[in-house]
Write a protein that binds this ligand. Structure first.
Ligand code: NAD
Length: 520
């Protein structure tokens, strides 16, 4: 039977009943502030990754349902945008307090559908909540500029909402990534049509319920489900002015190019292969713990997971110790007390990751810690892979060239820091890179030379807080990184500028002849 959860007195426990919003037997769409059953002819089964029992089925929404969501957003837009920004801000304050109230419920839905541990799922919610909280300060971020440009003449700039926004989300952060979009897009006056990942839409459904309770008018947030067809609908629908996408390169590059060709504004955060240079002069304990946490947390299914280690010089001698720390991690169901990492998202994903480990072995690497064939007796049907460390990896190996997105750390040793920097810079991804060292000059050299968008110095996962922006570069973001998520660029993405130049002169002109030249 499916595992169910309830949240009572702040404690999450399993009970026979289930959350009707996040995990009904059939996931509904959310259109015009109503949870609407789909008339879809095809459905996607969603399995609990720890047990592979059916949790819910998710519709491949029909054309009419997708269309209804856009029409609802379109209808809501003129009313929502003309509401005072303070009124929208009040609704956002309420939304923030409701997310905090239902924090455990959101996290439980994530653990059930996505598999990550309950504590980690709470972090997923919190990082999104922080974006929502920061968005409440929009009233001091959105004001335009004004300048008296000539006598009696001034130019002012305004930031206006775009209209209807389409958002397409990945499976790995079911709360955080919808919350990279909803609060900023909504408080700036836009309406949203969101397609969560078909693999774990439960958290987005709870967010929809909370948005309605907070006072979002009907049509401001709509949620529809589906796969590639729903995505194509969003890309091609003329009423959708901008697309916010997070996911892998194959899909993201397609969405970016086709969406841009359709004249839409597109932000697209893509895949990653994040490296850490480990210098022998670092605080060893802190560094090894940080690397193990960032490589294997969330079973490596984070865009900022630290998936590639570059031990410099003698730091290679620590690899056996790193393996023994990784081996101690508790790989089990995400609701279990003391769970460190859960299962991977699906049986297909497990197979793909295991094949990548096999390929490393065939291509001559050493499997220092082998998580293939890992079994969890309590959850015999789960998608388990234990922490895996591959050493003696070279840059031409498949396990290095591909994003593994599982609990696998690949290690490439280099003799010097400059060799490490040049190796990291040759990788075509550029999300994040970290260095572990006690040397200020080494860290400063690394920071300046490295071509990744987010640098950690003795910090493994440098995901910037929402007052900054998520700044991947190279192949980790489409469009050369012009449209990054949240922070000031997030506000810019969801608004367009209007500049108004006005002349207010007390007296009428004396000259009766029109001047046809550009003023000089
Ligand atoms: P994915 O690209 O498979 O799916 C993302 C979205 O695209 C989903 O909503 C899915 O339904 C849709 N989709 C899937 N296949 C499609 C197709 N053929 N045509 C049209 N739409 C399609 O990504 P995922 O597996 O859900 O997420 C993992 C990926 O996301 C990893 O590559 C990870 O690095 C990346 N990611 C990046 C960031 C970042 O900020 N850079 C953050 C989180 C995840």
């Amino acid at each position: 039977p499916p595992r169910r959860f309830s949240v009572a007195g702040g404690k999450t426990e399993f009970v026979a009943s289930h959350d009707p919003i996040s995990s009904p037997y059939e996931t509904t769409n959310f259109v015009d502030n109503e949870f609407v059953s789909s008339r879809a002819e095809s459905w996607i089964d969603l399995h609990d990754p720890a047990t592979n029992s059916l949790v819910t089925r998710v519709p491949e929404s029909t054309e009419a349902e997708l269309d209804a969501a856009v029409r609802s957003a379109e209808k809501a837009f003129p009313i929502w945008r003309s509401m005072s920004i303070m009124a929208r801000q009040q609704i956002l304050f309420k939304f923030v307090s409701l997310i905090r109230r239902d924090w455990d419920r959101l996290a439980a839905s994530i653990t059930l559908e996505q598999g990550k541990t309950f504590q980690d799922a709470k972090g997923d919610v919190l990082r999104g909540l922080q974006v929502a909280e920061t968005s409440c300060g929009i009233t001091s971020q959105i004001p335009g500029e004004v300048l008296e440009v000539a006598k009696d003449m001034e130019t002012r700039s305004y930031r206006e909402p775009l209209g209807v926004i389409g958002a397409i989300c990945p499976f790995n952060f079911p709360a955080m990534i919808p919350l990279w979009c909803i609060p900023i897009a909504a408080v700036t006056g836009n309406c949203i049509v969101m397609k969560p990942s078909e693999r774990d839409p439960g958290a987005a459904m709870i967010l929809a319920e909370l948005a309605r309770e907070a006072g979002f008018p009907a049509g401001v947030l709509n949620i529809i489900h589906g796969g590639p067809r729903a995505v194509d609908f969003i890309i091609d629908e003329p009423a959708i002015r901008a697309i916010s996408f997070v996911g892998g390169n194959r899909v993201g590059e397609y969405i970016y190019s086709r969406g841009s060709a359709n004249g839409k504004r597109v932000q697209a955060n893509l895949g990653a292969k994040n490296h850490a240079a480990l210098l022998p002069d670092c605080n060893k304990n802190q560094a090894l713990n940080a690397i193990v946490g960032a490589a294997f947390g969330a079973a490596g299914q984070r865009c900022m997971a630290l998936s590639t280690l570059v031990p410099v010089g003698e730091a290679k001698d620590w690899l056996p110790e790193l393996a023994s720390r990784a081996e101690q991690l508790n790989t089990t169901g995400g609701f279990e007390e003391g769970a460190d990492l859960g299962p991977v998202i699906s049986a297909e994903s497990k197979k793909r990751i295991e094949e990548l480990i096999d390929s490393a072995e065939k291509e001559g690497a050493t499997i220092l810690l082998d998580g293939r064939n890992f079994k969890n007796m309590k959850y015999p049907n789960g998608n388990w892979i234990g922490p895996t460390i591959i050493t003696n990896v070279t840059t031409d190996m498949t396990c290095y060239k591909q994003e593994i997105f599982g609990p696998v750390l690949v290690c490439l040793e280099t003799p010097t820091l400059d060799d490490a920097i040049s190796l990291i810079n040759q990788n075509h991804y550029g999300n994040g890179a970290a260095i572990f060292t006690k040397s200020g000059p080494a860290a400063s050299h690394f920071q300046k030379q490295i071509e990744a968008g987010q640098i950690g110095i003795n910090v493994p996962i440098p995901v910037p807080l929402p007052m900054f922006s998520f700044t991947g570069n190279k192949k980790s973001i489409a469009g050369g990184g012009a449209n990054t998520f949240y922070g000031k660029p997030g506000l810019q993405f969801y608004t367009q500028q209007k500049t108004v130049t006005s002349l207010w002169r007390h007296e009428d002109a004396v000259d009766s002849k029109a001047n046809v030249n550009m003023p000089v």
